[in-house]
Design a protein around this ligand. Structure first.
Ligand SMILES: C[S@@+](CC[C@H](N)C(=O)[O-])C[C@H]1O[C@@H](n2cnc3c(N)ncnc32)[C@H](O)[C@@H]1O
Length: 314
C-alpha cells in the first residue's frame, strides 16, 4: 500500500477553504506528513506560489519528495521542527507568509508502518520519536523517570485518572526487568486499571498513557505554543493560521492563543490585573470549532477527534 491509501488528509476541503489562498501566496506547512494537504494547497498557489513544507520525520520528507516531484519548483522541503519557523524562514530569506497550517499529531503511516511504537495495538520497541535523531525516547521515559515524574506526565498529558497506580506498577516492573516494548507496557497499564473501570472506559486502556508519553518525548505542547507565537509574528496582514488538533490539550493551547491574538485576556480569573498582554491583532474566523462531517468520519475513522480553528491577522 502506498501513502495515499494509508493516510487520508483530514478536513481537506475545509483547510483549503479557510486558508483562502491565491496564486503566488507563500504558505508554511509545519506538518508535511505524506503531503496529503500539500498537493491541494500547491494547486491553489501555483505556478508562482511557494510552500515551506516541514516535518521532524525524515521519512515524511522522502515520501513527500517523491509524491511532489512535479511541483519541486514550488517547494522547500525541510526536516526540522515547526517551532523553528523563524530560523527556517530566515534561512530561506523569506520575510513573511500568507498562510500557516498545522495538522498536528502523527500520520497513519507512522502508526501503521514506522515500527516506532506509536500504537498500543502492536508490539514494537518503545520509541515514539517523530525525529529518530532526538535524544529522548519513550524507553528512556518509562525506565528512567522517577515514579513522581511519571505520574505527573501521565496525569497532565494523558489526563489519566489511574496515573498513580500505573506509574507505581511501571516502577515495580522495571525494577525486575527493563521495559523495552509496547506490549509489556500495555499489559502493565491494563493490570493497573481496576477491572470494573476497564470495561466501561471509552477507548483502549493504554490510549491515554501512550498519548502522554508521545507528548513528553516530542515536547509537543511546548513546540505548538512556540510555533503559534512565532508563526503569528511572520504572518502578513490578512494572512491566516489554520490548525487541526486531535486532543483537548492541543486544542486548548490553540484556542487560548487565538483568544490572546484577538485581544481577549487569557489570565486566570483570579488575577486582579491583566498580565497576558493580550492586544487585538487578529480576528477569529471560526467562532465555533470545525469538526469533520459524519460522512468523513465514516470514510476515515481517524478523523473523528479532529478540531479545526482559524485566525486571520488584521
Ligand atoms: C497528521 S500528520 C500530517 C499529515 C499530512 N497533513 C497529510 O495529510 O499527509 C502530522 C505530521 O507532523 C509531523 N510533526 C509532528 N510534530 C512536529 C513538529 N514539532 N515539527 C515538525 N513536524 C512535526 C509528524 O512527523 C507527522 O508526519
Amino acid at each position: 500500500m502506498n501513502y495515499e491509501e494509508i493516510h487520508k488528509p483530514v478536513l481537506l476541503k475545509e483547510v483549503l477553504y479557510y486558508l483562502n489562498l491565491k496564486k503566488g501566496d507563500i504558505v508554511f506547512e509545519g506538518t508535511l506528513g505524506g503531503a496529503g494537504h500539500t498537493v491541494e494547497i500547491i494547486e491553489a498557489i501555483a505556478p508562482t506560489g511557494k510552500i515551506i513544507g516541514v516535518d521532524l520525520d525524515s521519512k515524511a520528507i522522502s515520501t513527500a519528495t517523491i509524491r511532489l516531484k512535479k511541483f519541486l519548483s514550488n517547494l522547500f522541503l525541510i526536516n526540522d521542527c515547526f517551532a523553528n519557523i523563524s530560523g527556517i524562514l530566515r534561512g530561506l530569506n523569506i520575510g513573511s507568509i500568507n498562510g500557516f497550517f498545522l495538522d498536528l499529531g502523527l500520520s497513519s503511516i507512522q502508526i501503521e508502518n514506522s515500527g516506532r511504537g506509536f500504537s498500543y495495538m502492536r508490539n514494537e520497541k518503545l520509541d515514539m520519536r517523530f525525529d529518530p535523531r532526538s535524544e529522548l525516547d519513550a524507553c528512556d521515559v518509562v525506565n528512567n523517570y522517577t515514579e513522581k515524574k511519571l505520574k505527573e506526565i501521565i496525569y497532565k498529558y494523558g489526563e489519566e485518572r489511574w496515573s498513580s497506580r500505573i506509574s507505581k506498577n511501571i516502577v515495580s516492573h522495571r525494577s525486575l526487568k527493563k521495559i523495552t516494548h509496547t506490549g509489556e507496557l500495555v499489559e502493565i497499564i491494563k493490570e493497573s486499571i481496576p477491572a470494573q473501570y476497564r470495561s466501561i472506559r471509552k477507548g483502549h486502556p493504554a490510549k491515554r498513557v501512550f498519548q502522554a508519553l508521545r507528548i513528553e518525548v516530542n515536547r509537543e505542547l511546548d513546540n505548538l505554543d512556540k510555533a503559534l507565537e512565532d508563526g503569528f509574528e511572520l504572518l502578513k496582514s490578512c494572512g491566516r493560521m489554520v490548525i487541526i488538533s486531535y486532543h483537548s490539550l492541543e486544542d486548548r493551547i490553540v484556542k487560548r492563543k487565538f483568544r490572546k491574538f484577538s485581544g481577549r485576556c487569557i489570565c486566570p480569573s483570579d488575577f486582579p490585573v491583566c498580565k497576558c498582554g493580550a492586544e487585538k491583532k487578529a480576528k477569529i474566523i471560526t467562532k465555533k470549532v470545525v469538526k469533520p462531517s459524519l460522512d468523513e468520519i465514516r470514510e476515515n475513522p481517524r478523523s473523528r477527534s479532529a478540531r479545526l480553528r482559524v485566525l486571520e491577522k488584521l
